[in-house]
Design a protein around this ligand. Sequence first.
Ligand code: NDP
Length: 326
Amino acid sequence: MFKGILIEKDDAGYRATLSDIDEAQLPEGDVTVNVQYSTLNYKDGLAITGKGPVVRKFPLVPGIDLVGTVESSSHEGIAAGDAVVLNGWGVGEGHWGGLAQKAKLKGEWLVPLPSAFTPKQAMAIGTAGYTAMLCVLALERHGVTPDKGEILVTGANGGVGSVAVALLAKLGYTVVASTGRPQEADYLKSLGAAEIIDRAQFSAAGRPLAKERWAGAVDTVGSHTLANVCASTRYRGVVTACGLAQGMDFPATVAPFILRGVTLAGVDSVMCPRVDRLEAWARLARDLDVSKLDLITHEIALSDAIPAAAELLEGKIRGRVVVDVN
Ligand code: NDP
């Protein structure tokens, strides 16, 4: 038996509980992992509270991220004792995830824990941080270099936003952080933000084109925010879109794309090919100042994960949450 969060849905309703789980209940997989840490991402918040249709089968252990040590493996190239990291691949959505002391997974989903990080640091990064890196890589791929101008990060106090601010600042970009929590300005400045702006200026319907300001953007918010960010992006600027904290909709016009040559680059972490994941983790090892991770992260116990999930969705949590499952 091991401890884990179990999400069930039946006549009694949708509920998440801290449960004792029988190892025989674990799903199919060629690698069994003793989990050390998991995390809470926005998607985990949706899964645990049931506020979004994330969970595709019941019962299910949530947790889209985990780090741990391989207990047993029949997967070529992965052996007992290996330290491994998992992000995404539908784990915590359709396959049992990381918010438990044990997981059974497909070996092809796992990446080695980079030597630059402790297990806890890898989860402080988690899907949020690895997605932030994918956004930075997308900006680079489209030619956005630090000399091109200011980079806007929306949802800056969130997990993706916090890591994006830290990464971009370390790489020499001038970062403008958009937030609904101006009281966290000192935190965002300590991560490297040059300026803090109120997210309210992006929240409502705006004009098709606004004054040009951003050379690039990392948008974690979607909806009117993404539309207004595109409208205020400079000629040939690049907006990376990875989130929907304001909404799934995109009430925009094509004006920024056809009149200013703006590029909208979509970023997905879940099904991202392994080669790109390895590149993102290698770049995190090189470009993320790990001392900033302590500022970004706080740790909770598995028993606290259910109330913390609700707080995350209410926008009350700053940065990243690491869950010690043991
Ligand atoms: P967090 O909850 O940690 O951060 C979200 C942040 O968005 C909040 O902290 C808040 O920042 C801001 N926000 C919340 N509500 C609103 C609103 N109504 N209007 C404007 N801003 C708002 O989530 P994560 O950082 O983990 O994830 C951010 C987004 O990215 C989520 O939508 C998530 O689903 C998505 N995501 C997508 C991935 C992908 O593969 N494409 C991978 C990982 C995440 P502040 O207080 O600073 O305003």
